[in-house]
Design a protein around this ligand. Structure first.
Ligand code: HEM
Length: 407
C-alpha cells in the first residue's frame, strides 16, 4: 500500500507577518522547501491551500477548474470580518468572473489597453509627471511623495482614460483605501462600496445621455452599435474595478520602487547611467515587491492536483505570487534586488486569463516616473529612516501611506 503523507501545515494565521518591509514573510521560503502546497488558516476562520512555487502558481492560474468567484463559499477571504455581504444588484466585474463570461467581457475592453494605445498616452503621462515634479521642486521640504506624486499621477491618468472627473479624487481615493484595508469593519467596507457604486452609477448614466470620448463613453457607443442597448450595471462594475485597480496599485509601486532604489544606490546608478534599462528595472521592482499577492486567490470547482497535492472541489487556494516571485528555482538569488536580471517571467501581474489588464499602462507609468524623478531630482533622498516609514502591512495591496523625501 502506498503511504500518503499528511500535507504540511503552517501554524500562523494568513496573512503572515513580515519581518522586513522588503521581503515576504520568512515562512514562505520554508514552505517552498518543505511542502510547496500547504494547508493554512486564514484570519476569516477558513482554511485554504497555499501554493508557493512559481511553476505551481502558474499552473493553478491557467487551470479553468479554479474559479475567481469571490462569493463562492470556499473562496479564501483574507480579512477577519469574513466574506462581504453580496448586494442585491451586485454585478460581477472581470476579476470575479469565470469562463465563458470572463473571456467575452474581457474582449470588450482589451482594445483600450493595447501597447499601441498606451504609447499614444505617453506624452500626456510625461506631462503629468513633469507638472507634479515641478510642484514638488517649488514646494517646501520635506515633501510627501505619496500625496505629491505617487497617488496623483496614476489617479489622473486613469481618470482621464475612463472619463472620471479628477476633481473627485479625494472621494474615490478615500473609498478605495477603505476597501483595500483589512482592518476596517464590514459596515465601513459596505458603505465605501455603496458610495463608490452610487457615484459611478450617476456618472455612467450621465455618459449614456451624452457619451464622451473616453473609455466609458466609447463602451457605451460600442454596446449600442453591437447589442442595441447598454448593460448599465456591468459598465458601473467595470468602472469601479478600473478606477480602483488603476490608481492604488501603481501608486504603491511608485512609492516602494523609489524607496528600494534610494536604498540601493548601486542599482539606482544602473538606470541613471542608462535609462534604456528602466523597463527591465520596473519588471524587477514588480517582482521584488509583488504588491497584490492575494489577488491571485481561487476556489477549486473540481478535484485538481497541484504540486503533487490533491485539492478538492470547493476548497480555497492562495496562489502566493510573492512566494513564486522569490522562488530560487526561477530567480537566482531571488531575495536580491537585481535590476538587470531579466525578471519578465514574474507573476506580479498574475498569470493566465486574468493576468492584469492594465499591465502595459502600469509599466509605462512606472518607467516614466522613475526616469523623470531621478533625472530631474538627482539628489533625492529619504527624509526619514526606513524604519520609520509607514508600510501598508494592513492592506491587501502592499505599499506606503506616506513617503517623506527631500533633495
Ligand atoms: C503595478 C501595478 C499593478 C499591479 C501589481 C497589478 C496586479 C494585478 C494582478 C495580480 C491581477 C490578477 C488578478 C487575478 O489573477 O485574479 C490584476 C488584474 C487586473 N488589473 Fe491590475 N495591477 C496593476 C495595475 C493595474 C492598472 C493600472 C489597471 C487599470 C488601468 C489594472 C486593472 C486590472 C484589471 C481590470 C484586472 C482584472 C483582469 C481580469 O480579471 O481579467 N491593474 N492586476
Amino acid at each position: 500500500m502506498t503511504e500518503v503523507a499528511e500535507p504540511a501545515t503552517v501554524d500562523d494565521v494568513f496573512p503572515l507577518d513580515r519581518s522586513c518591509p522588503f521581503a515576504p514573510p520568512p515562512a514562505y521560503e520554508k514552505m517552498r522547501e518543505t511542502g510547496p502546497v500547504q494547508r493554512v488558516k486564514l484570519q476569516s476562520g477558513q482554511e485554504a491551500w497555499a501554493v508557493t512555487r512559481l511553476e505551481d502558481v502558474r499552473q493553478m492560474l491557467t487551470d479553468p477548474r479554479f474559479s475567481s468567484d469571490r462569493f463562492n463559499p470556499g473562496f479564501p477571504i483574507l480579512t477577519k470580518q469574513g466574506r462581504p455581504v453580496r448586494r442585491d444588484n451586485f454585478t460581477p466585474s472581470l476579476i470575479n468572473m469565470d469562463p465563458p463570461e470572463h473571456g467575452a467581457a474581457r474582449r470588450e475592453v482589451v482594445g483600450e489597453f493595447t501597447v499601441k494605445r498606451m504609447k499614444a498616452l505617453q506624452p500626456r503621462i510625461q506631462q503629468i509627471v513633469d507638472e507634479h515634479i515641478d510642484a514638488i521642486l517649488a514646494g517646501p521640504k520635506p515633501a510627501d511623495l505619496v500625496s505629491a506624486l505617487s497617488l496623483p499621477v496614476p489617479s489622473l491618468v486613469i481618470c482621464e482614460q475612463l472619463g472620471v472627473p479628477y476633481a473627485d479624487h479625494e472621494f474615490f481615493q478615500s473609498r478605495s483605501s477603505t476597501l483595500l484595508n483589512r482592518e476596517v469593519t464590514q459596515e465601513a467596507r459596505m458603505q465605501a462600496v455603496e458610495e463608490m457604486q452610487d457615484y459611478l452609477d450617476k456618472l455612467v448614466s450621465a455618459k449614456e445621455a451624452d457619451p464622451t470620448d473616453d473609455l466609458l463613453g466609447r463602451q457605451i457607443l460600442k454596446q449600442r452599435e453591437e447589442h442595441g442597448d447598454v448593460d448599465h450595471d456591468s459598465l458601473v462594475s467595470l468602472a469601479f474595478l478600473l478606477l480602483l485597480a488603476g490608481h492604488e496599485t501603481t501608486a504603491n509601486m511608485i512609492s516602494l520602487g523609489t524607496v528600494a532604489l534610494l536604498e540601493n544606490p548601486d542599482q539606482l546608478a544602473i538606470i541613471k547611467n542608462d535609462p534604456g534599462k528602466t523597463l527591465d528595472a520596473v519588471e524587477e521592482l514588480l517582482r521584488y515587491f509583488t504588491i497584490a499577492e492575494f489577488a491571485t486567490s481561487r476556489v477549486a470547482t473540481e478535484d485538481v492536483e497541484i504540486g503533487g497535492q490533491l485539492i478538492r472541489a470547493g476548497e480555497g487556494v492562495l496562489g502566493l505570487s510573492y512566494s513564486g516571485n522569490r522562488d530560487e528555482a526561477a530567480f537566482e538569488n531571488a531575495d536580491e534586488l537585481d535590476l538587470e536580471r531579466g525578471a519578465r517571467h514574474h507573476v506580479a501581474f498574475g498569470f493566465g486569463p486574468h493576468q492584469c489588464l492594465g499591465q502595459n499602462l502600469a509599466r509605462m507609468e512606472l518607467q516614466i516616473v522613475f526616469d523623470t524623478l531621478f533625472r530631474r531630482v538627482p539628489s533625492l533622498e529619504l527624509a526619514t529612516s526606513v524604519d520609520d516609514l509607514p508600510f501598508k502591512d494592513d492592506a491587501n495591496i502592499y505599499g506606503l501611506y506616506r513617503l517623506p523625501v527631500t533633495w
